[in-house]
Design a protein around this ligand. Sequence first.
Ligand code: ADP
Ligand code: MG
Length: 387
Amino acid sequence: MNQNLDQHAVILPPAMLGMLGGGQLGRFFVIAAHEMGYQVTVLDPDANSPAGKIADVHICAAFDDKAALLSLANTCAAISTEFENVPADSLSFLAEIKPVRPSAYSVAIAQHRVSEKNFLKHAGLPVAPFAVINEIEDLPNDDSDIYPAILKVARFGYDGKGQSRVKNQHEAQLAFMQFEREECVLEKMLKLDYELSVVLARDAHGNVAAFPTAENSHLNGILDVSIVPARGSDAISHQAQKLAVLVAEKLAYTGVMGVEFFVCKGELLVNEIAPRPHNSGHYTIDACVTNQFEQQVRVMTGLPLGNSYQHSSAVMVNLLGDIWPADEKVAPEWQHALNNSQLKMHLYGKQEARQGRKMGHFTVINASRDEAIKQAMQVRADLNIGR
Ligand code: ADP
Ligand code: MG
């Protein structure tokens, strides 16, 4: 970070903001920034990226293209990222010229499972038992109580990709070889009571606004449904918020982050950190005074954080490419969903529907959480999700 840059300067509309990454998170960022009167330049190598298509300027280039990064830094007042695998070096390069939030340091920790786990452990935060695997000899033998376990590649994993469930050392060896002996984390497979996440924003002064805790269920390693506020123990939901704030503080984090938790035998464990808005925080668009993307704009521009109060219970359901008919020109049968006056539909404008690809989501809001769950599950079933 360039110490000469004024990290507390306030950037007002219609300044140009820079976004690394053009996926759906970037698209929602562009929408939030536009609503507030800012302009946005998106850098993404995909000519058809969801955010690039609606940005004021799309720089179509690789995330490590120096000329493209220079142009981003020279034309934007501040820069953020929506893509956690953006090279940390690119963020450091940009930070010499303009404010970058979150910092290269915190993104570097969150994007590498080994540094992430070590950071959490040293910060005194509870995590699942794990071993770092650099070589095949590092895999514990069958006497170890780590099995059954999940082998996870340290880098570039997301949505359950780069993960393999293994019952013993032999299976772990095969999986490790399949991952081409890339550095991995071997994590004990836990019997989860349920999963939670907390999205929060932390500004450059250290002020924090945490959103209510979401209860998440996954399908094939991909987020399926978020219910907010989470059911289950309020004390645990509250504790999850406290731990998420602690993670942000220990990381000296500036920006929006998502922290995923496991609840196992009634105890919270931190699963992972996302250094960006989080899929489980999409409910904030329709159910909170300020949504997670507006918070991202606010942190970047040095504005005070918005109120994160949740005014309606919310249930978010992801729409994956799996429910698109094989004929790409046909869309799923949306009518029933769109007939519901409490349902907010969000489609990301992606042309190609692939298995497991996040194409959109919907959120049902209601004063009653039970009613929101009932309606969302009905629409989810009608769309054949999970069948
Ligand atoms: P990703 O980066 O793909 O989100 P995660 O580590 O969060 O990777 O794993 C995805 C999902 O797989 C989790 O949300 C959880 O449902 C399941 N999972 C991951 N690790 C474990 C574990 N140690 N025990 C039980 N379930 C796990
Ligand atoms: Mg995860």
